[in-house]
Design a protein around this ligand. Structure first.
Ligand SMILES: Cc1cc2nc3c(=O)[nH]c(=O)nc-3n(C[C@H](O)[C@H](O)[C@H](O)COP(=O)(O)OP(=O)(O)OC[C@H]3O[C@@H](n4cnc5c(N)ncnc54)[C@H](O)[C@@H]3O)c2cc1C
Length: 510
């Protein structure tokens, strides 16, 4: 069940078809493991995107390690995995230094470094997971190139790089970052015209929908009950089962001791406390067939790297070149996925901010994407539509301070949130979901979260991600200001916040 233009924050009907949804999972798409909604569970997971899927996967593994059999139900408002995970850029790009100085000024060097090393770890976590479970999701480990087009952005990026390198030389060396100052060399290496500074580092890309649905299949094999088309409408403390939560859906209620909220942009739809914390923000992406000039055997040949095109603060396009289909690189589909186009719509607030209409196109995005490859790629000889195939929209969950909220909700024992990825979920979700799962497993095993489990959680996650009382009750909203749309904060910005939000938004996709 989903709805059209109403005030309820649920996924809308008739959403645009993304490239990734062109191969839906016929078994899971509309699955209900049991025809009736179960009346109770140990854990209810709300949402079946990559976050929900990874949490389900980790939970069954963690529970088995402590010898617990668990009963987990996953509730999904629409088709399985039909939100941002099915509409994104497929790009796992752990950004290794942009924003470092600002975070260091606000939180200290160690925390600033933690934020970056946390993202970097995700690449190996995906690769290990895909290999261990033999998941067919077209995972490809490669290098990303960030290309700056403005001297001011280049200067700022260089300073961030130097500052982190001076403070944490081993971490920077471990991330294998290479920088290029010479525009000619940059063009030769990347095939991109007009850049003035570039940095490359390891990154990856994959088919996010296939990864998520594969993990859900594995969890179902261990006992997960998936209920699609079952939106959570509200939740409250159970009046009949002490210490439990009752989750209401149009198909009846389900009671559980632990609820894990993995509904990203839509979280405040049933948890109103998140109304000032997580906002639906609309973004767009497209798929492109390589032009003859960028196909195998041609010159310059296939696009090799993944990219971040940095046009200005907050204005970034992102791109991956798919490397074929299945387990044999080079064979089959080689679509290029390109997202961003922010310059077309950022000035018109209602087009993106607090907007959940991914059944509609973003104005100007199609034309922008159609002109993109010819404008930026040397020798591109595509057709008059820039070889663009599909264009779609998607709803990102932007958090008020531009970082995810991860942890137990301060005034709701047993309710956990893992959401607000602010357009940069891929490098964050593996670590965040593993941390949440171990916290919940401690609660399942002991009836409470042990101090050891709490410490392990805090050690595993960068401190600015923790869902603290302070963040939970904060009224500061940095989103519009971060997008260059005036100071719309409800609270006063500290001086350093301006720089912090510039760095955080440089990592976000929209
Ligand atoms: C256009 C676009 C491009 C992007 N590009 C990138 C990229 O290249 N790299 C990157 O790192 N990130 C990117 N992102 C962000 C990334 O997709 C997200 O961070 C990530 O997918 C979030 O996963 P999730 O599972 O938390 O949320 P989602 O995938 O949105 O899943 C949430 C699920 O919860 C369900 N739900 C919502 N409300 C309810 C309810 N009341 N009851 C039950 N279920 C509910 C939804 O239907 C949905 O299936 C992009 C996002 C978009 C939209």
């Amino acid at each position: 069940m989903s709805e059209g233009k109403s005030n309820t924050l649920l996924p809308v009907k008739n959403r645009l078809e993304s490239f990734w949804l062109s191969e839906r999972d016929p078994v899971l798409q509309n699955a209900r493991t049991t025809p009736e909604l179960p009346r109770n569970a140990d854990v209810v997971i709300v949402g079946s995107g990559l976050t929900g899927a990874m949490i389900a996967y980790h939970l069954y593994n963690d529970a088995a390690k402590v010898g617990k059999r668990i009963n987990v139900v996953m509730l999904e408002a629409d088709e399985v995995c039909s939100g941002a995970t099915a509409r994104n850029g497929g790009h796992c790009k752990p950004i290794p230094f942009i924003g470092y100085r600002a975070e260091a000024a606000k939180h200290g060097k160690k925390v600033a470094n933690d934020l970056l090393t946390f993202e970097a770890a995700a690449l190996k976590q995906y690769a290990d997971l895909v290999q261990k479970e033999d998941i067919n999701c077209d995972m490809h480990v490669t290098r990303a190139f960030d290309v700056c087009f403005k001297q001011s952005d280049a200067a700022s990026a260089k300073q961030d790089y130097q500052a982190r390198k001076a403070a944490f030389p081993r971490d920077v060396a471990g991330q294998d970052i290479r920088t290029i100052d010479d525009p000619k060399e940059l063009e030769l290496l990347t095939g991109v015209k007009g850049g003035c500074y570039g940095a490359s580092y390891p990154a990856g890309h994959l088919w996010p929908y296939k990864l998520a649905t594969s993990l859900i299949h594995i969890a179902i094999g261990k006992g997960l009950n998936l209920q699609t088309h079952t939106p959570v409408l509200s939740m409250k403390k159970s009046e009949t089962h002490s210490g439990q939560w009752e989750v209401a859906t149009p198909r009846g209620s389900i009671t559980a001791s632990q609820i894990i909220v993995a509904s990203n942009a839509y979280t405040s739809g049933f948890l109103p406390e998140f109304k000032d914390l997580i906002f639906p923000v609309r973004g767009t992406a497209c798929s492109i067939t390589p032009a003859p000039s960028h196909s195998y055997g041609a010159h310059p040949g296939p696009v090799k790297y993944t990219y971040g095109f940095r046009h200005g603060p907050g204005e970034v396009d992102y791109m991956i070149p798919r490397q074929g289909r299945g387990r044999v690189p080079g064979l089959g589909d080689r679509s290029i996925i390109l997202g961003g186009a922010k310059g077309c719509f950022l000035g018109e607030l209602s087009q993106w901010y607090d907007n959940k209409q991914d059944n509609e196109y973003m104005p100007g995005a199609k034309e922008y994407f159609e002109g993109f490859m010819k404008k930026y790629f040397v020798g591109w000889n595509g057709n008059e539509h820039g070889n663009v195939d599909k264009v779609w929209s998607g709803i990102l969950g932007y958090s008020a301070d531009l970082l995810p909220y991860v942890g137990e909700v301060p005034d709701k024992p047993g309710v956990f949130v893992c959401a607000g990825f602010t357009g940069h979920g891929m490098p964050r979700i593996p670590g965040c979901t593993a941390a949440i799962s171990s916290l919940v497993t401690s609660r399942i095993k002991n009836g409470f979260i042990t101090s050891t489990a709490q410490k392990a959680f805090e050690d595993a996650l960068p401190q600015p991600y923790w869902l603290t009382q302070e963040r939970y009750t904060s009224k500061v909203n940095l989103i519009k200001a971060a997008m260059g749309q005036g100071d719309n904060t409800k609270g006063a910005l500290q001086n350093s916040d301006e720089a912090v939000l510039a760095g955080r938004v440089a990592r976000a996709k929209l």
